[in-house]
Design a protein around this ligand. Structure first.
Ligand code: SF4
Length: 424
């Protein structure tokens, strides 16, 4: 990729020797994106005779790169800055931290005790107050585990974006950082801490619930869930949060959801199932899991776990989120729907969300550096109603018109809703 980039930069300089830096960067990006997707050389993409002036050339390239360019202001062409030293580490599949940091207030917690037992040979440093300053990059976050006492950030409404339909979800932030490497993960831009951080005082989170005011959206009941800044169950063999949560919610009116891609369900299977506990799996076709969600369990493994959870008596949910457009996406997503229906009892499925891939525009640069061969950015994205990058209105509508009726027909007991989508 670096070689391709240099080749494109030299070629643009050769055609437009006088071009300013910003304009040159825009053309370089356009040629790069077209070349990455089509595998054509810069010379094949931009014939010298077609490169008359900047405006004309930019328009010419945009019309090749985008199927329906529409408003040019919605096309985002930042500087292409391929820093491959930041690449994701897809080799390290297990969690074996080299450093454990425990806040003094958490030293006597049951979580600290379990962590010490689980990693008996790992160096432990006790800290007071602020988190330790760590030098590793985000891609090395698995080296560090921080156990801390949360003091402020207990409950909050789901961060629905401006003008999006509110699904009325409420969040409890049990931890920060994830071991998986989903190409689209917002944490790679958002998380400035190269560590996995887990709170030791879950009881303080749960204590806030009885007096909190919650949103419902269009649901008849309050929904609470973990899994915004980490996967809800990925660390459950270490944290055992699920046991505390399940016991706390016994007899309560709210529904609590563990949102996950993991199969770490043993703790849940050890306890009697509660009817207001939901385990929700994010799902995608296996070809997308292979290419876009590295290190995560396969679709089959997720559905096997879902079937066990449903058989045990819990409710299950599924999140077609993010839906990723690709060749044969209709057929592949239809297969996912059929696989769920064939493996998991339909009557246990309480809700299913659908949301197409969207991301903060700055994330684009992080994805390019961390996953140089990613396929997700080969599709067309435009600045959307809330400033995020999304597929065009027509492409998103096509996804919803395909998946929503299919899911409603297949799972008549479940609430099927759109996530973070335009109200219009
Ligand atoms: S499972 Fe969620 S938190 Fe983990 S990498 Fe994937 S998107 Fe990010």
């Amino acid at each position: 990729m670096q070689k391709l980039l240099s080749e494109i930069e030299n070629y643009i300089k050769e055609i437009f020797p006088q071009l300013g830096l910003n304009k040159s960067r825009e053309l370089v990006r356009l040629v790069f994106e077209i070349s990455k997707k089509s595998k054509k050389t810069p010379q094949e993409i931009l014939l010298k005779e077609n490169a008359k002036n900047f405006e004309q050339t930019k328009k010419y390239l945009i019309n090749i790169r985008y199927k329906n360019p529409g408003n040019l202001a919605d096309i985002y062409l930042p500087k292409l800055d391929l820093n491959f030293t930041k690449q994701a580490n897809l080799e390290e599949k297990t969690f074996n931290p080299q450093n454990i940091f425990i806040e003094d207030l958490s030293l006597n917690s049951s979580l600290a005790k379990r962590v010490k037992e689980k990693f008996p040979n790992t160096k432990i440093t006790v800290f007071k107050g602020k988190f330790p300053v760590l030098k590793e990059s985000y891609s090395e976050r698995k080296k560090n585990l921080i156990i801390y006492t949360e003091k402020f950030d207990f409950l909050k409404p789901c961060p629905c974006t401006k003008n999006a339909n509110c699904c009325g979800y409420n969040l409890i932030n049990l931890g920060f950082g994830c071991l998986y490497e989903c190409n689209y993960c917002f944490l790679q831009q958002y998380q400035n801490l190269p560590a996995i951080a887990l709170p030791s005082n879950i009881e303080d989170f749960l204590a806030k619930i009885p007096t909190a005011t919650f949103r419902r959206g269009h649901f008849n009941y309050v929904r609470l869930g973990s899994g915004e800044f980490t996967d809800s169950l990925l660390f459950d063999d270490i944290t055992n949060y699920s046991a505390d949560i399940i016991k706390f919610f016994e007899g309560r009116p709210e529904l609590f959801e563990f949102k996950t891609k993991s199969t770490n369900i043993d703790n849940l299977l050890k306890l009697p199932a509660q009817k207001n506990i939901v385990v929700g799996w994010s799902v995608n076709p296996q070809n997308i899991i292979d290419t876009v969600e590295p290190l995560t369990p396969s679709l089959n493994e997720r559905l096997t776990a879902a079937a066990k959870i449903a058989k045990h008596g819990y409710k299950v949910a599924f999140h077609f989120d993010p839906v990723i457009r690709h060749k044969n996406w209709q057929e592949n997503y239809k297969n996912v729907v059929e696989q769920i229906a064939a493996n998991v009892p339909k009557e246990n499925t309480v809700w299913i969300s659908i949301g197409t891939l969207r991301f903060n525009r700055e994330l684009k640069k992080f994805i390019e550096c961390r996953f140089p061969n990613n396929i997700i950015l080969d599709e067309d994205f435009y600045l959307s109603f809330d400033g995020k990058m999304r597929y065009s209105d027509a492409e998103r509508q096509e996804v919803y018109e395909f998946l929503k009726p299919l899911l409603e027909k297949t799972f008549p007991h479940a609430v099927v809703y759109l996530c973070m989508e335009n109200k219009k």
